[in-house]
Design a protein around this ligand. Structure first.
Ligand SMILES: Nc1nc2c(c(=O)[nH]1)N[C@H]1C(S)=C(S)[C@@H](COP(=O)(O)OP(=O)(O)OC[C@H]3O[C@@H](n4cnc5c(=O)[nH]c(N)nc54)[C@H](O)[C@@H]3O)O[C@H]1N2
Ligand SMILES: Nc1nc2c(c(=O)[nH]1)N[C@H]1C(S)=C(S)[C@@H](COP(=O)(O)OP(=O)(O)OC[C@H]3O[C@@H](n4cnc5c(=O)[nH]c(N)nc54)[C@H](O)[C@@H]3O)O[C@H]1N2
Ligand code: SF4
Ligand SMILES: [Mo]
Length: 729
């Protein structure tokens, strides 16, 4: 079907409405909703969008079904069974809001508003329904501030310390690169629409290198797969810096004019000769030398950094070191050279107007969401304790660490838990109240993105089913319930979107809210892919205006730049920060924790599922079929040592918990490593899921999670563990 770029094309009874994918995914695809008689009959990718190119991924392939799925939450519900049983009765919105007012009024009277804690992440990525949707409400309430560092905060903090809030290398410009390093990212699963630009570069002669502990579907397509032990990327990056210096491959002119701290960086790198790097990372010394030489001498050289690098104690510091590399070799001089982390910083979203940080009462405490289990179980001493938890856009039982601890906390009788979601997922099962949320075809939002440079407007195509409401309306209702009369809550969704962007910003030149209604999406005015080289002449948005090998931001002590520059920036005074990048050993690895490794000798990574989006879609049969069971990949030699045969049920465990699943004996995982994907739902898996073994510790930079920094043991089990209660319950 051919489509003019007009807002709605009506042919026969079919109406096409322009939309955009709601998910926490770098591709942010432009979509076309096909509506017939008020029903969503198809959702396709916009063929004219330069990233989407007409295709959606396997997760969104049958997006209409998701909207009409039989188990979708359509009405508010109140718990009738024991906590965790997932037994509810239908109530009205009025009753739900009355319950919330009554419980919160009592809690506030007894303990103050900080006894209430919100919990949100990127279930939805829109400007008014996404990560920061409820911030203004909870700030106005005086609730505990939730620090949201599930993802990207380690990377973003490191990025800001090194190159500032730049969008960096455009994924589309990678088509012009001659050498491409995909570092800790399974692009063909997680950034599918970015991959064609790499293939285009390869057709013109570029080499693609993938650095990953696992031979993923992306690594299999690379020209060179470098296997690395998880959590050791910092040592490899420092080794590359060492080799670039030793082999005389530094672009001294670029370094002199556009960087600070070279001498100190070079001095630090002296400690990382290739032989030591091999010991730490498992990457052969000769490969370190070759990679350094090829990377430095094949320009333009591009690096695509994955979030996975941050998921260990030293992940942030590793990203600091990696982000130094393009300046060291002058890669930023060229179109297609440099590094890409997340271009979200180019979007002129007015986060202060959204979040209203001025409403946070002075002295309000901040609790990191990764610490939820500790906060709820009393392991973290809190005065006042958390007496109510309000969860939206997130599924902490599935996606947060320390699953058993979180579940034990949610079982507390004196905890009033409210969850707004599309389905009764692993977290909602523990709720006292569940509230129904709209899906993307039913709501209005602007989608900014962390994977390309197009802004898009998602327009509602169908009416919400039942009594579902967008998050924007949810917080309007809650504000009225709690008696807030600020103008903030009087705005319509459209007015919020108009108010929450700086339409006069250079990046939005030529783009208005009304033009987006027509076109659906537009490229930011930040240079075209074939000519964009934002740091050819330095111009880094750091305090010095240079690429800071030695970070001046470190001088202020610890701070956090979470995903989407928001009010939490710089809210974490604390430990001193190392101004130079370095390798920081994992909390848990055979090398850094040999005593622990005697009991738990295997490292584990828990990457993204191909057919789910984190935990979303994992309750859809078609996606379960595509993804398969919660399997445990193990190297054949590790399996043989444990008497494990292919396909049998194994138990993966450590002191924090356990989960089980069929073993897959395959050398796609390196020896000493196991892999299990995140996102499966407990009732579809075998009781607990992979985050039962994850530590509730923080990465040393940006307070990010440590999902790739855990030791476990694997053993055969005589019977399936389906009915085994999680440890700690
Ligand atoms: N299909 C699908 N796509 C998604 C998502 C999804 O759930 N499903 N989620 C979206 C989200 S929220 C995000 S943040 C992105 C993340 O996308 P990616 O950055 O690709 O993240 P992961 O899939 O977690 O891990 C990528 C690879 O990193 C490897 N890895 C793990 N630890 C380390 C390490 O310490 N060092 C190195 N070098 N590699 C390591 C893993 O083996 C894995 O192959 O994907 C987005 N896209
Ligand atoms: N072991 C391990 N754990 C991980 C990771 C890993 O790689 N390994 N990755 C981490 C990363 S990168 C991320 S980003 C997080 C993701 O963690 P989450 O953001 O918690 O993940 P999702 O499964 O996307 O869950 C979001 C929930 O929001 C709901 N939702 C979606 N849209 C809306 C809406 O409009 N309104 C409301 N009210 N609800 C909505 C969905 O139905 C879903 O239940 O997980 C982290 N956890
Ligand atoms: S999940 Fe990602 S790849 Fe799939 S349709 Fe949405 S934006 Fe595109
Ligand atoms: Mo993420």
């Amino acid at each position: 079907m051919t489509l003019a770029r007009d807002p709605e094309t009506t042919r026969r009874d079919l109406t096409i409405v322009r939309g955009a994918c709601p998910h926490d995914c770098p591709d942010t695809c432009a979509m076309l909703y096909h509506v017939e008689d008020g029903r969503l009959v198809d959702v396709t990718g916009d063929p004219e969008h330069p990233m989407t190119r007409g295709g959606l991924c396997v997760k969104l392939k049958d997006f209409p079904e998701h909207h009409y799925q039989a188990d979708r939450l359509l009405h508010p519900m109140r718990r009738v069974g024991p906590k965790g049983a997932g037994e509810f009765e239908r109530i009205t919105w009025g009753e739900a809001l009355d319950d919330i007012r009554a419980r919160w009024t009592d809690i506030i009277a007894e303990h103050g508003p900080q006894a209430i804690m919100p919990h949100a992440y990127l279930g939805h990525q829109g400007v008014i329904n996404g990560l920061t949707a409820g911030d203004a409400f909870f700030n106005r309430l005086g609730a505990t501030v939730a620090e949201k560092t599930y993802c990207e905060s380690g990377s973003s903090t490191a990025w800001h310390m090194t190159v500032g809030g730049t969008g960096g290398l455009d994924i589309e410009s990678m088509a012009y690169a001659k050498y491409i390093v995909v570092w800790g990212m399974n692009m063909t699963s997680t950034n599918l629409h970015g991959w064609p630009f790499l293939l285009e570069a390869r057709r013109k002669g570029a080499k693609i290198v993938v650095i990953d502990p696992v031979r993923t579907r992306t690594a299999r397509q690379a020209d060179w797969h470098i296997r690395i032990r998880p959590g050791t990327d910092g040592a490899l990056a420092m080794g590359l810096i060492h080799e670039i210096v030793v082999q005389g491959l530094v672009d001294t002119d670029y370094v002199e004019r556009h960087t600070v701290g070279f001498d100190e960086l070079a001095e630090r790198a002296v400690h990382y000769p290739p032989e030591r790097v091999e010991e730490i990372t498992g990457v052969p010394a000769e490969d370190v030398r070759v990679l350094a030489r090829e990377y430095a001498t094949t320009q333009p050289a591009a690096i695509r950094q994955g979030v996975a690098i941050e998921r260990s104690r030293g992940g942030g510091q590793a990203i600091r070191a990696i982000t130094c590399l393009p300046a060291l070799v002058g890669a930023w001089r060229y179109v297609g050279g440099g590094t890409m982390e997340m271009p979200i910083w180019e979007f002129p979203t007015k986060f202060d107007a959204i979040c209203m940080p001025q409403w946070i009462p002075e002295g309000t405490r901040v609790i990191n969401e990764l610490d939820l289990g500790m906060a709820l179980t009393g392991e973290m001493e809190l005065d006042p304790p958390i007496r109510s938890l309000f969860v939206y856009n997130s599924n902490p039982v599935s996606q947060g660490p320390a699953q058993a601890k979180t579940m034990a906390g949610l079982m507390r009788d004196d905890l009033f838990t409210v969850v707004s979601d599309h389905f009764v997922n692993d977290t909602a099962k523990f709720a006292d109240l569940v509230l129904p949320a709209t899906m993307q075809a039913e709501q209005l939002d602007i989608m900014v993105t962390w994977g390309h440079l197009y802004i898009s407007l998602n327009q509602p195509a169908i009416d919400p089913p039942g009594e579902c409401v967008p998050n924007s309306e949810l917080f309007r209702r809650l504000a009225r319930t709690m008696g807030f009369t600020d103008d903030y809550w009087d705005r319509t969704d459209e007015q919020m979107l108009r108010d929450f962007h700086d339409w006069d910003a250079p990046a939005l030149r030529g783009i208005t809210y009304d033009s987006l209604k027509e076109t659906g999406w537009a490229r930011l005015d930040v240079g075209l892919p074939h000519e964009r080289a934002p740091h050819a002449e330095g111009n880094f948005p750091t305090p010095s205006g240079k690429c800071e090998f030695r970070s001046s931001l470190a001088e202020g002590g610890n701070f956090v730049v979470p995903v989407w520059r928001s009010m939490y920036e710089a809210m974490q005074p604390g430990d001193e920060l190392d101004p130079l990048p370095d390798y920081v050993p994992p909390f848990e690895s055979p090398g850094s924790a040999p005593e622990l490794a005697k009991r738990y000798p295997l490292s584990i990574v828990s990457p993204k599922p191909h057919a789910f989006l984190n935990s979303q879609y994992a309750n859809a049969e078609s996606k379960q079929r595509a993804q398969g069971d919660q399997r445990v990949w193990i190297h054949p030699e590790d399996a043989a040592e444990r008497g494990i045969v292919d396909g049998e049920i194994v138990r993966v465990f450590n002191d924090r918990g356990q989960f089980s699943g069929p073993a897959v004996l395959d050398d796609v995982v390196m020896k000493g490593l196991v892999m299990a994907h995140v996102g499966h739902w407990q009732d579809k898996a075998s009781g607990c899921t992979v985050n039962s073994i994850t530590a509730d510790r923080h990465n040393q930079l940006g307070n990010a999670g440590v999902y790739s920094d855990n030791l476990v043991e694997v053993e055969r089990v005589a019977t399936d563990l389906t009915q085994t209660p999680p440890a700690g319950l």
